[in-house]
Design a protein around this ligand. Sequence first.
Ligand SMILES: Nc1nc2c(ncn2[C@@H]2O[C@H](COP(=O)(O)OP(=O)(O)OP(=O)(O)O)[C@@H](O)[C@H]2O)c(=O)[nH]1
Ligand SMILES: [Zn+2]
Length: 372
Amino acid sequence: MSSPVLSGSYDLPSLGWNGSLAAELPAGTVPARVARVDRGAAEVLCADGHLTAHYSARVRRAAAADPVALPCVGDWAALRRLPEGRFELDALLPRRTAFVRGGVGRTSQQGLSGDSQGQVLAANVDVVFVAEPALHATDTADLGRIERLLALAWESGGQPVVLVTKADLVGDGLDFLMGEVAAAAPGVDVHAVCSLTGQGVDIVRGYLAGTRTAVVLGASGAGKSTLVNALAGEAVMETQQVRAGDGRGRHTTVHRELIPLGGGGLVVDTPGIRRIGLYDMGEGVDRVFSDIEELAARCRFADCGHDSEPGCAVIAAIEDGVLPERRLASWNKLQREAAWMASRTDARLRKELQNKWKVIHKEMRKPGRNRP
Ligand SMILES: Nc1nc2c(ncn2[C@@H]2O[C@H](COP(=O)(O)OP(=O)(O)OP(=O)(O)O)[C@@H](O)[C@H]2O)c(=O)[nH]1
Ligand SMILES: [Zn+2]
């Protein structure tokens, strides 16, 4: 596993430190930005350089109660210096943005799966790059995967941007493909990138101006680490050829890692995503499908199911070739999944509340308890 050269001391403002963060810092602590997490400890960047800080009991307790409270790459943390000179990660400063994925696979119903536990993939990111290869395995860009990642990206609070990577692999087909991707990403910037020739890399760098932080998400083999290396201008991440047999990635990157770029800005490289669940959707799905939402407002019936109802503007758009049928199916699927996740979260909250009341009632029944 390669790491950028990390030593000496970091200039805090170049990591994104500012006055509003400083106002949140507990007295007697030292600020640091989380570059990478391992079980029970984080690698952090701070004025004292690049060091490992173990979690305090307080952080461990909070994370046990809710995994979203676990330190995560991109977080700003308050370190406490222990008597023996080591640092302990004692608290997280409030997150400005957070990319949170839902868990997958533990339970399933009608083809939907997911649990209500979220996992933060990156915190305090200004930009979420959704990297989708122009050509992956034997197929061109997976529009459904882009839509799913965009829903989560909108929800994060960061700016979503789609990068069609490996643009060199589709030749003349690129214009057509870019049109299809743009139609799957209304209101989102879409750029073609080739990290081998450098095409589009400066445009990507532009999103990191100053001390902005971006996260790069996408399937294994999408070319995320190659892009991060191109941005850094040196090999900070290890990369590997996709498998010869099926052209899929090898899951080369296994840790999420925050990399400060020499020319300014920071980028988080992430391991390839196999399957990613939605989590606690507010407007994320609606924003990805804003074109369908607009059409649906023109349906004859307010509760139109866009199936076989008369006067359905969505079906009419499909028939006119304005809206790809695939997109309606994708919208239905993500809406169903978001609703399922919401019901799971509600069930979990209900159970937590019940348990809380049980404990309180038990306390009240304890003999000898002082009563007012
Ligand atoms: N033709 C072409 N190949 C590329 C491009 N970018 C990356 N590759 C190749 O794609 C393969 C996978 O690239 P990586 O950067 O390791 O992919 P990744 O998304 O980081 O993969 P994981 O770490 O497994 O998630 C490598 O062989 C790269 O050389 C590109 O723009 N064009
Ligand atoms: Zn309709």
